[in-house]
Ligand binder design. Structure first.
Ligand SMILES: NC(=O)c1ccc[n+]([C@@H]2O[C@H](COP(=O)([O-])OP(=O)(O)OC[C@H]3O[C@@H](n4cnc5c(N)ncnc54)[C@H](OP(=O)(O)O)[C@@H]3O)[C@@H](O)[C@H]2O)c1
Length: 209
């Protein structure tokens, strides 16, 4: 059994399609659980009523670029709620089922989980925090569950279209970017790791930089 957040679109949808070859997959969109709202997360997990969970993929996320002098408290909060707090709380609630199955948690992070840049304080800040969460979880649960951080560069999804449009790029060319299926292949590498091995971190970046 696998659960994929953000499974309705983009990278998450590609992960769902790939995992369905080998697992029963529950795919969540924002309508199944608002990851920015702890009550919504708790209700959705209670409804699942899972004793065992083999794979949890956190793909849902928000992204935008804002300079620090325009970054509102509300936007900081919204970004961190979905990209960090929701991931942490959903993981916490599902840990008993993951431990029971000797399962795997995969967080879809970003190159921005390692590097920040102008306009990226909120997004990169949330992804740095997500990496800190993922690294801590891996060590706390070592020997019980496997924990992997996947760091894509730019991927051809609606998120990337919106980012490029906001930058004024009127000639979006998705072929320049990584395909969602290539990120799903990195998730598959982590899921298929043999029992004694753990894929701890993977970067998947466009060939053309
Ligand atoms: N695209 C890139 O270039 C890129 C690069 C590096 C890392 N990433 C990361 O990869 C992940 C997936 O990105 P993507 O490009 O596939 O994004 P996307 O196409 O914009 O899809 C975002 C997904 O997140 C879900 N979501 C958004 N807000 C949510 C909320 N409050 N509660 C629950 N679900 C919510 C959406 O559900 P709905 O369909 O219901 O709205 C959708 O399934 C993100 O974590 C992103 O940061 C993306």
């Amino acid at each position: 059994m696998a659960l994929v957040t953000g499974g309705s679109r983009g990278i998450g949808a590609a992960v769902v399609a790939d995992l369905e070859r080998t697992h029963r997959v529950i795919s969540w969109s924002s309508e199944d659980a608002d990851l920015g709202d702890p009550a919504s997360i708790a209700a959705a997990v209670a409804e699942l009523d899972l004793d065992r969970l083999d794979v949890l993929v956190h793909s849902a996320g928000l992204s935008w670029e804002t300079p620090v002098d325009a970054a509102s408290w509300e936007d900081w909060e919204r970004m961190f709620r979905v990209n960090v707090f929701g991931v942490a709380d959903l993981t916490r609630l599902l840990l008993p089922a993951l431990r029971a199955a000797g399962g795997a948690v995969i967080t879809v992070n970003s190159g921005s989980g390692h590097r920040s840049a102008p306009g990226m304080s909120q997004y990169a800040g949330s992804k740095f925090a997500l990496r800190a969460f993922t690294d801590a979880l891996r060590e706390e649960e070592r020997g019980k569950i496997r924990v992997t951080s996947v760091h894509p560069g730019r991927v051809d999804t609606e998120m990337q279209v919106a980012l490029q449009t906001a930058r004024g790029n009127t000639a979006y060319d998705g072929a320049r970017y990584v395909r969602p299926e290539s990120v799903a292949a990195a998730v598959r590498l982590a899921v298929d790791a043999t029992e004694e091995a753990m894929v701890e971190e993977v970067s998947v970046r466009p060939v053309r930089g």
